[in-house]
Ligand binder design. Structure first.
Ligand SMILES: [Zn+2]
Length: 113
């Protein structure tokens, strides 16, 4: 049970920083973004605020642009993301075991027996 639970637990209870308090009455503007897979998403922005040229497609995660005819090219990060997610999932357990092994090995080495 010597995993990363203590570290993970420090974030429990941390929430969004009161974003809902703001912008209730501010005029908002919907901007359409199009991704390479043909998805359209229309997030809303406060009128007058800087609007991004790109937006992450909420359906497939690809960058979406404001030009329907020329969506941004899909970067080849899909395998990387999957791999990273896989590593993150396993990380705490694997690291815990590795650290434990290393600690035991060091202990044995120091004792010299
Ligand atoms: Zn998409």
């Amino acid at each position: 049970m010597a995993g990363g639970n203590a570290i993970r637990g420090t974030r429990v209870g941390a929430g969004p920083m009161g974003e809902s308090e703001r912008g209730e009455s501010a005029p908002r503007q919907r901007i359409a973004f199009f991704c390479a897979n043909g998805h359209e998403t229309t997030p809303s922005f406060a009128a007058g605020a800087d609007q991004p040229d790109q937006w992450d497609c909420p359906r497939c995660g690809l960058p979406a642009g404001r030009d329907r005819e020329a969506p941004p090219a899909a970067p080849s990060i899909e395998p990387y993301k999957t791999h990273l997610a896989y590593v993150r999932e396993r990380r705490s357990d694997a690291d815990g075991a590795a650290l434990l092994d290393e600690a035991l090995a060091n202990l044995k080495a120091k004792r010299g027996r």
